[in-house]
Design a protein. Sequence first.
Length: 314
Amino acid sequence: MNYIEALSKVLPVILLLALGVILNRAQFIHAPTVQEIKKLVINLTLPAVLFLAFARASIQASYLLIVGLVFALCVLALLLGRWIHPLTGIQAPQFPALMTGFEAGMMGYAVFASVYGAENVFKFAVVDLGQVTFVFFVLVPTLERLSSGPQPFAQTLRDFFRTPVILAILAGILANQVGLVPWLDSRPLSASLVQTLEIIAGLTMPLVALIIGYEMRLSRGRLGQPALTVALRLLYWVPLGILLSTLVVGRLLQLDPVFQAAVLTMFILPPPFVIPLFIPTASDADRAYVVNTLSLATLVTLFAFALIGGIFPP
């Protein structure tokens, strides 16, 4: 598959993103509606995707190595961000946080599934487990300390296991072990339950693309520091993604090329979109820097992902 063919598979996501921009500028829908749609995705459609993916997957203990390595690399990226921050000339204290973590939930699953299909989503989810653990237990507490002080670890742990995405993954693994989905599929009436979940899961990609487009912001004249942040982020993550996907996933674990594509897809994603929620006391300049960085990184991801689709065809 060449670049044009791979881009054509991502093009529906790009067009839906553009439609989201148009819906915003035309004021066809308003911000509260978008927040409700986002709630629907986070609490219903994306968990449906993950439950089905893990319930049907072939799960191996070796996947834990990928989870651990991704977590460690995220921690290292945060530490590196703190170290190089004074050298960048960027005053915003959020710079180290923007060097690490990935927006998998509201973007990664949608773009990955657009090329590799729902049947391979669990491979991306395995990679996501490492970074989502990092976000909950390291990144979010770090951001909270910048704004409102530290949160008790017990509360962080409770929040982690109450998250619909985590609950869906755990439920999917349990369903996998007991063979629940094949049992449901073997009976006409119970098979309708699985089909309903599949319909709900199918809403994820279009809704996510519309949301991203609607919320995308780029302020002219303020792109210098965001562009530098995105470049430094990719300079760290892309080489590591190539090494991890080739040496660990491909050679050591001998997993298929789609698993390698999942690693690279994760590592080109923008930082977590929740970062602005944890900087309520930030100045207007710092908030604009964060939002512009997220928006610019999103655009870069969409076109870079087509390269991955060309290197690792589905």
